[in-house]
Design a protein around this ligand. Structure first.
Ligand code: IPE
Ligand code: IPE
Ligand code: MG
Length: 220
């Protein structure tokens, strides 16, 4: 598998179960992301895309939104050195113009500093699949599916092979609508902050048993 994508869901419920503020769940979620990146590298996966904030997540309370934005900025600052050292290429997809100018500058800086990394971490921020398609359509001058894909935020990236969603929800919530045409899905009840190596291995084992026909014939 080359590209794994994750809908990191369940941070809020993880915190609520512990009578903690939701933001503590998001903090634990950021640590789970850190661990997941290492599982991917160990497994030889080259691209990890994570859904961190959707175009719909702006509907949440001011407190939760600003807390998430702070967490993100903190993640960028605290991880900068490690990402450079570990040769992780950082990339953001989504409506980055919706973010504060400061955060946009921090993101652009980290993207530039990690441009030559060989493992790619793609963070979907203020991201919605429909929004991405509409923006791409505005740039598109006609042509093939491949030409259209070049207008998407994910230009140059392979489509995800497997999409994991945690916390028991079984829907895409507007994630990678175009790119997931032939992705496999894996759903687990585990809440994102509890997602550990055993869960990761289970998802990869399940993926290994799938037969991806991509519309072709069943192999004999
Ligand atoms: C996912 O966790 C992270 C974001 C959407 C930012 P949630 O915050 O959706 O957690 P639940 O679904 O309420 O448990
Ligand atoms: C999807 O989770 C977005 C992220 C994980 C960032 P949500 O919790 O926002 O999705 P719904 O509301 O359950 O569909
Ligand atoms: Mg949720």
């Amino acid at each position: 598998m080359e590209h794994l994508a994750v809908i990191m869901d369940g941070n809020g419920r993880w915190a609520e179960k512990r009578h903690l503020p939701r933001l503590m769940g998001h903090r634990a979620g950021a640590e789970a992301l850190d661990r997941c990146m290492h599982y991917c590298k160990d497994a030889g996966i080259k691209y990890l895309t994570v859904y961190a904030f959707s175009t719909e997540n702006w509907k949440r309370s001011e407190e939760e939104v600003s807390g998430l934005m702070k967490l993100l900025s903190g993640f960028i600052h605290s991880k900068e050195k490690t990402l450079v050292k570990e040769r992780v290429r950082f990339r953001v997809i989504g409506r980055r113009g919706d973010l504060s100018e400061k955060l946009q500058a921090e993101i652009a800086d980290l993207e530039a500093r990690t441009a030559d990394g060989d493992f790619t971490l793609i963070v979907a921020l203020s991201y919605g699949g429909r929004d991405e398609i509409v923006r791409a359509a505005m740039k598109f001058k006609g042509g093939s599916e491949e030409d259209f894909a070049k207008c998407l935020d994910t230009a140059g990236l392979p489509d995800p092979d497997l999409i994991i969603r945690t916390s028991g929800e079984q829907r895409t919530s507007n994630f990678l609508l175009w790119q997931s045409a032939y992705s496999e899905y894996y759903f687990t009840e585990t809440l994102w902050p509890d997602f550990d190596r055993a869960e990761f291995d289970k998802a990869l084992e399940s993926y290994a048993k799938r037969e991806r026909r991509m519309g072709g014939r069943l192999k004999k």
